[in-house]
Design a protein around this ligand. Structure first.
Ligand code: FMN
Length: 150
């Protein structure tokens, strides 16, 4: 997929009083998406279920963050982190994500994730932090300009 500079400009605000919920199989294929996830990502439930969760992966995210997520999940630990996600219309939304295993009779069967909004200052901080990681790792970066510096 090709991206242009004029895209990604529209941010969607994650609602304060709702949770973005999804579940995946052990390979990261979406098995469940709640209505808030559909609304915020701009996809219908049918477009999400059966697709890899990287459908909402934003090109500003360093790949090392997801490597850490998967390593953590493989160790059967809970992962938390700040994620910038890509909407279907190429807008974006920032979340605090908690990802962990779903167990049935003590056996790991799926992964689940809950996401909530983050503060404006954290968006600025993480945009810079992720830009830095991407730069250090030789990944492509885009220059993001915010009005307010922190
Ligand atoms: C339960 C669960 C939820 C996930 N949620 C997201 C998410 O919201 N955004 C995202 O980019 N990746 C999410 N991932 C990670 C993706 O599976 C994927 O590793 C990531 O998008 C990077 O894509 P890539 O591995 O194809 O490079 C999630 C994984 C799991 C298991």
């Amino acid at each position: 997929m090709e991206f242009y500079e004029s895209e990604f400009l529209i941010e969607s605000e994650v609602p304060q009083n709702e949770l973005i919920i999804s579940r995946t199989d052990l390979k990261g294929i979406i098995t469940y998406a709640n209505e808030t996830f559909c609304k915020i990502s701009g996809y219908s439930v049918d477009e999400l279920v059966g697709r890899s969760h990287n459908i909402v992966k934003h090109p500003d995210m360093p790949s090392s963050i997801f490597a850490d997520l998967w390593e953590t999940l493989k160790r059967e630990k809970q992962w938390t982190g700040i994620v910038k996600n890509l909407r279907k219309d190429k807008g974006f939304y920032w979340v605090y994500a908690i990802v962990s295993g779903v167990y049935k009779n003590g056996e790991l069967v799926e992964y689940k994730s809950l996401r909530t909004p983050i503060e404006y200052e954290d968006k600025l901080r993480y945009q810079k932090f992720y830009d830095k990681i991407r730069q250090e790792n030789g990944e492509m970066i885009r220059k993001i300009i915010y009005e307010k510096e922190v």
